[in-house]
Design a protein around this ligand. Structure first.
Ligand SMILES: [Zn+2]
Length: 201
């Protein structure tokens, strides 16, 4: 039992300006296919920064592991006149379909994030007492989070889980891998996004 007197807590506000999950795909920590340590998936080095975040799902990607030297490349499939982009969501990276490095069990579910910035964005949202939306909910990552993650009853569980993910993001050895970070095949089933070359989107 705590003997600390209750102190009024400052009201923490969260402002949703329409962050998309795709924005966090710029850098994804995954389980290395060769050594089981932490590898990173980024757009192929040397490419110009994309004009739109959605282009992140079509840019060629490279997976690399500083621990064992593994390297793999990914390019979008071609279908007719278009490129088939990756579909973010679930506990695998959308390009190589490797298990995410940042996964932990939380409130009977699996809590996951792409990298430390993603963890911080989720922590700011979950920790806020007041949530204000300034953008369309259609694509907003926050408005599309599952209900269990947004529930006030789960706030402490979520913050503890995010703290675990924060700690995992600082480690990279195979022995540091989370028990939750294994293949599940739970990638999204919704139809692929297609970028038509030369067309406006
Ligand atoms: Zn490796």
């Amino acid at each position: 039992m705590s003997s600390e007197p209750a102190r009024p807590e400052p009201v923490r506000r969260h402002h949703d300006h329409g962050m998309w999950l795709v924005q966090f795909t710029a850098r994804i920590l995954v389980v290395c296919p060769r050594c089981g340590g932490r590898a990173v998936v980024v757009p192929l080095p040397g490419l110009a920064a994309p004009k739109y975040f959605s282009a992140l799902l079509f840019l060629p990607r490279r997976l690399s592991c500083a621990g064992c030297g593994a390297v793999a490349d990914w390019t979008a499939d071609e279908r007719g006149a278009g490129l088939v982009g990756a579909a973010p969501g679930g506990t695998e990276d959308p390009f190589f379909r490797r298990p995410l490095w940042l996964q932990t069990r939380c409130a009977g579910r699996t809590l996951w994030a792409y990298d430390a910035d993603h963890v911080e964005a989720l922590a700011a949202y979950v920790g806020a007492r007041l949530r204000e939306r300034h953008a369309s909910p259609t694509m907003s990552m926050f408005s599309r989070l599952p209900a269990w993650m947004k529930s006030a009853d789960r706030r402490d569980d979520m913050l503890a889980g995010l703290e675990t993910l924060r700690a995992l993001s600082l480690h990279s050895r195979p022995a540091d891998r989370s028990d939750a970070a294994h293949e599940r095949g739970d990638h999204p089933r919704h139809h692929d996004s297609i970028l038509f070359r030369g067309g406006a989107y």
